[in-house]
Design a protein around this ligand. Structure first.
Ligand SMILES: Nc1nc2c(ncn2[C@@H]2O[C@H](COP(=O)(O)OP(=O)(O)OP(=O)(O)O)[C@@H](O)[C@H]2O)c(=O)[nH]1
Length: 267
């Protein structure tokens, strides 16, 4: 029995949302990986779509706009008054990607030094890290590397997606923005993060950004799941036949046959 309400119509993704700037993007390909599209069509996404929830943490200096960013996307609200986040808070957002349900758990963490210690205990297990800075405050951009280093202490750098997000775009003139973007692109390249510039006040790029986060996360999860199930299938054959290795001299061939077996779909 499915007790969950259907996914909101405006959370349905049928295509891969595009990056903001190709210079600092995690992927420049236009569509989802063909193996992912194929797995979704054939309902071979394993735990993704059943009970998979992807944890995303949002870090950055105090008052850069982390809470406002999450609230603009999840609740479509904006509060002009600053209320510091104490420790952490989280929102759950459900999507449907290529027909498969997929959820993001968005963790809003405190930027204030005195709450940082509590917040950092929630960094572990993140599949994506969003590092936010204020487009009108170069110091907050400089601090992003330290925020990332702290978040990576608790996570495996090779399996986490990174996003560098410049906030409060509405407060910059085009000339100021252009200057800051140059610096931000450099940092993004250095830390291997995808760059975005948003405004939670106007909503500019907010939806596009989170759709991109959801899509790339989903893609990474399905690819990992396919890899895992492929390895398991090969392992199963070996396990099944291994006890008879002395009898069945072709045992090694079985292993090879299994691993070389042509997939039924595009890979
Ligand atoms: N003009 C403008 N102001 C913003 C924007 N985003 C946030 N703010 C303002 O910036 C202040 C701080 O925003 P928050 O979202 O609370 O900042 P935070 O990063 O969550 O702060 P901490 O919880 O202390 O880490 C508030 O007064 C917001 O109204 C934006 O896009 N444009």
């Amino acid at each position: 029995m499915n007790l969950l309400a259907p996914v909101r119509r405006d959370r349905i993704l049928a295509e891969l949302p595009q990056c903001l700037r190709k210079e600092a993007s995690l992927h420049t390909h236009k569509d989802f990986h063909p193996r992912v599209t194929c797995a979704c069509q054939e309902h071979r996404t394993g735990t993704v779509g059943r009970f998979k929830i992807s944890k995303v943490i949002v870090v950055g200096d105090l008052s850069v706009g982390k809470t406002c960013l999450i609230n603009r996307f999840c609740k479509d609200t904006f509060d002009k008054n600053y209320k510091a986040t104490i420790g952490v808070d989280f929102e759950m957002e459900r999507f449907e990607v290529l027909g498969v349900p997929f959820s993001l758990q968005l963790w809003d963490t405190a930027g204030q030094e005195r709450f940082k210690c509590i917040a950092s205990t929630y960094y572990r297990g993140a599949q994506a890290i969003i590092i936010v800075f204020n487009l009108n405050d170069v110091t907050s951009l400089e601090h992003t590397k330290q925020w990332l280093a702290d978040a990576l202490k608790e996570n495996d750098p090779s399996s986490v997606l990174l996003f560098l997000v410049g906030s409060k775009k509405d407060l910059s003139t085009p000339a100021q923005y252009a200057l800051m973007e140059k610096d931000a692109l450099k940092v993004a390249k250095e830390i291997k993060a995808e760059f975005w510039a948003v405004s939670s006040l106007t909503g500019e790029n907010v939806r596009e950004f989170f759709f991109r986060v959801a899509a790339l996360n989903f893609e990474a999860n399905v690819l990992a799941e396919l890899e895992k199930s492929g390895a398991r299938r090969i392992g199963d054959v070996v396990q099944t036949f291994h006890p008879f290795a002395g009898i069945n001299s072709d045992d090694s061939n079985l292993y090879l046959t299994a691993s070389k077996k042509k997939p039924t779909c595009c890979h």
